[in-house]
Design a protein around this ligand. Structure first.
Ligand code: CO
Length: 160
């Protein structure tokens, strides 16, 4: 595996709609493995392929060690409720803001072998999934921030 360089805003690829994956091959498996390693190394809870310079609908999310989810060609099927919370993004170092999103989502995606699966998530996992799925459509969290948060304020959040 390898740690990949993370693409930072304002690189153009971050605002582009990614292409659907059609070959579930070794190259895809390698990309997923490298993305996972890169996300862990960067201390993130999610990473989308455009963030490592690949314009494909591929993302990984892991909000707790050992719970990694690989999403290929993901689609949100249902959403419900609302939550507001603080988000950051590996492509925007040291930038944090409050974002409102649906509280619960149902997502359909493919795994690395191309099999379809559905996942229902709520709360923070639902937030992480939506953040990464947005990336694949070229949508960045900054377009949804209602209020930016300073690092000082963020530390206070962490203590709560
Ligand atoms: Co992000």
């Amino acid at each position: 595996m390898a740690i990949l360089p993370i693409v930072l805003f304002p690189e153009k690829i971050l605002k582009q709609k990614c292409d659907k994956v059609t070959s579930f091959d070794k190259k895809l498996a390698k990309l997923l493995n490298n993305m996972y390693e890169t996300m862990v190394e960067a201390d993130g809870v999610g990473l989308a392929a455009p963030q490592v310079g690949v314009k494909k609908q591929v993302a990984v999310v892991e909000i707790e060690e050992g719970s990694a989810i690989e999403l290929i060609n993901p689609e949100v099927l249902e959403m419900e409720g609302e939550q507001t919370g603080v988000e950051g993004c590996l492509s925007f170092p040291s930038l944090y803001g409050e974002v409102s999103r649906p509280y619960r989502v149902k997502v359909r995606a493919q795994d690395r072998k191309g099999s379809f699966f559905e996942i229902e998530a709520e709360d923070f996992l639902a937030r992480a999934l939506q953040h990464e799925i947005d990336h694949l459509q070229g949508v960045l969290f900054t377009s949804k921030v209602s209020r930016y948060i300073s690092e000082e304020e963020l530390e206070r959040f962490g203590e709560e």
